[in-house]
Design a protein around this ligand. Structure first.
Ligand SMILES: Nc1ncnc2c1ncn2[C@@H]1O[C@H](COP(=O)(O)OP(=O)(O)OP(=O)(O)O)[C@@H](O)[C@H]1O
Ligand SMILES: N[C@@H](CCC(=O)O)C(=O)O
Ligand SMILES: [Mg+2]
Ligand SMILES: [Mg+2]
Length: 443
């Protein structure tokens, strides 16, 4: 792992002919923000002296307390391969601090840092590998995104039916230039839908990687005249885009989820971790699936989960245990989608899992049958509950889960709930195309 000093960064900027440095951070809703400085201001930035107006950022602070400082994380230094290669552009991901030198509790990166510290207290390192899916659509004559595509390719198809192969190739090569380890890339099930998988890493690195991944994919798509969207369900009637989260805990460099003596090859900690996630899933949903549109993906028939259950054998439940054992032993959570704020999503997943371990929460029996093929009565008999069906249901579940509220901290929790309720109220008062089609003629 890199361990850059201030001097290393100054030297890198000089040697690499870097002219601009973007100081980046992420708002509460997972949107990347940045301010650019020139190399002349680098030392000041590295000394944590760059200030910005926090009141202009969604979910941050009121105007009366708006000064915020950016503390760059030196190890996130990265040159953007898609910007000019003379007078290059680099970025540093920053933590947000208050003027009194305290970390700002509205900074999602701080929330994940705090969760990771809880794991470290128990001697655990949290490793995460995401599977980000996205669509590539046409843009209109103004360069604005549409949901149009002429592509008809499906799962694992290749060119010439796969119209996205050249864009995907460029994305993979660009990400590799940025030190991502790309494990696989392929066309997904829906027309114009794609997936690029990168290697798992420690949680903070992975959350930073997810942010960088989305920026790189969108930027390269634009170069190909396409719009890349991580919206969870851009089209009715076909698969939506998920961001499965693969998770494991290691202690002294060894995966602790594996136990060869168990029937499923899983350790007690793995079972408890699953138990904790299942216990808090309803309360976490507003974070892992943050949009009104997220819940249009979580419906039967499109490989996305609907019910809170786990399985070592099939893909219909919320949690799957992939076949790989040893260092590859992991828990795959299948409900998150790529619109989630990765820092907050990983923080709630980790803390829910740790809650399971600390309180020895044993999950129910695994389900080997296809849950979608069960009747409602059968599901009730097996006590299989559903993930919240709408954003407002998820918000109400979060209001009931004090543990998840504490993970988010008061600042984010309160602002988040307020914003999501407003989003729901606005949506609920819309008259949609569906309503016009269903009711206008009939009534
Ligand atoms: N021990 C581990 N801890 C966390 N993540 C891991 C671990 N081992 C592998 N991974 C990550 O899990 C992800 C696996 O992605 P992959 O696409 O193979 O999963 P999959 O669920 O089998 O695929 P799909 O759901 O598309 O059928 C990768 O990001 C990989 O790096
Ligand atoms: N696109 C599916 C997942 C497909 C897969 O298993 O890779 C989802 O919404 O989760
Ligand atoms: Mg997939
Ligand atoms: Mg998967």
């Amino acid at each position: 792992m890199k361990n850059y000093t201030k001097e290393d960064i100054i030297k890198l900027v000089e040697d690499e002919d870097v002219e601009f440095i973007r100081l980046q951070f992420t708002d509460m809703f997972g949107n990347m923000k940045n301010v650019a400085i020139t190399a002349s201001q680098l030392e000041k930035a590295l000394d944590n002296k760059c200030m910005f107006d926090g009141s202009s950022i969604e979910g941050f602070v009121r105007i009366e307390e708006s000064d915020m400082y950016l503390y760059p994380d030196y190890n996130t230094f990265q040159i953007f391969p898609w910007r000019p290669q003379q007078g290059k552009v680099a970025r540093l991901i920053c933590d947000v601090y208050r003027p009194n030198g305290e970390p700002f509790e509205g900074d999602p990166r701080y929330i994940l840092k705090r969760a990771v510290k809880e794991a470290e207290k128990l001697g655990y390192r949290f490793e995460v590998g995401p599977e980000c899916e996205f669509f590539l659509f046409h843009t209109d004559e103004n360069g604005l995104p549409t949901t149009l595509t002429h592509e008809q390719a499906g799962y694992f198809d290749l060119g010439p039916v796969d119209f996205g192969e050249n864009a995907r190739r460029d994305m993979v090569l660009t990400l590799e230039e940025m030190n991502f380890v790309i494990e696989a890339s392929h066309h997904e099930v829906a027309p114009a839908q794609h997936e690029i998988d990168f290697k798992y890493d420690e949680a903070m690195k992975t959350a930073d990687n997810i942010m960088t991944f989305k920026l790189a994919v969108k930027t390269i798509a634009k170069r190909h005249g396409l719009h890349a969207t991580f919206m969870p369900k851009p089209k009715h009637g076909i698969n939506g885009s998920g961001m499965h989260i693969n998770m494991s805990l290691s202690k002294n460099g060894k995966n602790i989820f594996a136990d060869a003596s168990d029937d499923f090859g899983l350790s007690k900690e793995a079972y408890y971790f699953i138990g904790g996630i299942m216990k808090h899933m309803k309360g976490m949903a507003a974070i892992t699936n943050p949009l009104i549109n997220s819940y249009k993906r979580l419906v039967p028939g499109y490989e996305a989960p609907v019910y809170i259950a786990w399985s070592a054998t099939n893909r219909s439940p919320l949690i799957r245990i992939p076949a790989s054992r040893g260092e590859g032993t992991r828990v795959e959570l299948r409900c998150p989608d790529p619109s989630a704020n990765p820092y907050l999503a990983l923080a709630v997943c980790l803390r829910a899992g740790l809650d399971g371990i600390q309180n020895k929460i044993m999950p129910p029996e695994s389900v080997s049958r296809n849950i979608f093929a069960m009747s409602e009565e059968e599901r009730e008999m097996e006590k299989i509950e559903a993930i919240p069906g709408t954003l407002i249901e998820a918000v109400h579940e979060l209001e009931k889960d004090e543990f998840i509220q504490e993970v988010l901290g008061e600042h984010i929790y309160e602002k988040y709930i307020k914003a999501k309720k407003a989003e729901w109220a606005e949506y609920s008062s819309q008259v949609t195309d569906w309503e016009i089609e269903a009711y206008l003629n009939k009534y």
